[in-house]
Design a protein around this ligand. Structure first.
Ligand code: UT7
Length: 333
């Protein structure tokens, strides 16, 4: 896909996030499966993750993050034009989680839909919202990445259960008049040939829920970890370098790299390909693990709320995920 030649000024004007209070530590996992704190920290960089209570769904977390983002943006819920939720853990197959968020925040004048692009979902959702805004069809959008991955994680499988956590991040996008600011480029890519590397095999139309599917634990995440790892390193490096190069940005021009938080080794490989100083990388993997679409959403919200951004700062979001999907998105503050 070509570079956005004359980006319409679409800016991120508000952010919020929500993380459940309950903490699942590596020590807790040592009591559940054959693993160790040392193995998890060394291979992934994760120390703990947050887990939502049984009573809390993905849309509940998304509502809490959205209310904060709207307050931060100074936007009333009834003035929201569009809601997009990126998630692989919708409350149910339908209606969309975005419609449940619409009900939860009482955004009665919005239209709402979900995006399924796994861990790249938040970047896909931002790019989608950008195109609606740039076309002039809407004036603002609420874009959310929210996941309750604990609901689809098999806590008997040490290959996956140490990785995932729950949470939600939300931002408000608005068309503004500030030329040269806001979303200035994005790259979206996917390749379905290796869709089987990372999936939840049952519960859809191919394999509806049955006693057999439940007995065989097919409603949980199944992952070919080594294949995903190799793919992720290549894809993350490539998209990071490509978006920087085609926007004539050097490593030192990037204020914050906000990467998907699947594995610290994958993040560091992408940053290294660009020659980026580690202090410019926003990590939250040690605290929250991999929250799929919520990782970059919470990451962007954290950077906006806590990192004292200055005019002209450059934020680079990069992610990869099931599909396989991958992509990057550039924001000039
Ligand atoms: O958002 C996208 C979602 N997923 C990912 O991004 C995951 C990408 N993959 C990865 O991050 C890594 O492949 C993992 C962290 C999942 C695994 O790390 P690895 O360095 O690739 O380990 P491995 O799969 O090559 O396994 C090495 C060993 C194996 O034992 P053997 O066969 O060498 O005896 C595993 O059985 O580590 C074993 N192992 C564990 N040991 C202790 C696997 N999981 C664990 C564990 N604790 N939790």
């Amino acid at each position: 896909m070509p570079k956005l030649e004359q980006p319409v000024p679409v800016e991120v004007v508000g952010a919020g996030y929500y993380l459940p209070e309950r903490v699942l530590t590596n020590a807790d996992l040592e009591r559940m499966v054959d693993t160790s704190d040392e193995w998890i920290v060394e291979r992934t960089g994760i120390h703990e993750r947050r887990i939502a209570d049984d009573s809390m769904s993905t849309s509940d977390m998304a509502v809490l993050a959205s209310q904060k983002a709207l307050a931060h943006a100074g936007l009333a819920a009834e003035d929201v034009d569009m809601i997009i939720v990126a998630t692989v853990t919708p409350d149910m197959l339908f209606p969309s989680t975005a419609c449940l968020v619409q009900r939860g925040i009482e955004a009665r004048n919005a239209f709402a839909f979900d995006i399924s692009a796994a861990c790249t979902g938040f970047i896909y959702a931002l790019a989608t919202a950008y195109t609606y805004l740039a076309s002039g069809y809407i004036g603002n959008a609420l874009v959310i990445g929210a996941e309750k991955l604990s609901a689809i994680t098999d806590y008997k499988d040490r290959n996956t259960c140490v990785l995932f956590g729950d949470g939600a991040g939300a931002v408000v996008l608005k068309r503004t008049g500030r030329k040269g600011h806001g979303i200035c480029d994005f790259i979206l890519e996917s390749d379905g040939r290796n869709a089987h590397w990372l999936q939840v095999p049952a519960g859809g139309s191919r394999m509806p829920a049955s006693t057999k599917s439940i007995g065989e634990r097919l409603h949980y995440i199944s992952m070919e970890g080594r294949e995903v790892f190799k793919f992720a390193v290549t894809a993350m490096k490539r998209t990071t370098v490509r978006i920087a190069e085609r926007n004539s940005l050097k490593a030192e021009d990037i204020t914050w790299l906000i990467p998907h938080q699947a594995n610290k080794r994958i993040i560091d490989a992408a940053a290294e390909a660009l020659g980026l100083d580690q202090r410019r990388i926003h990590y939250n993997i040690h605290k929250y693990g991999n929250m799929s679409a919520a990782s970059t959403a919470v990451g962007l919200a954290e950077v906006m709320l806590h990192n004292n951004l200055q005019d002209g700062d450059i934020l680079l979001l990069v992610a990869f995920g099931a599909g396989m999907t991958w992509g990057s998105l550039l924001i000039r503050w």
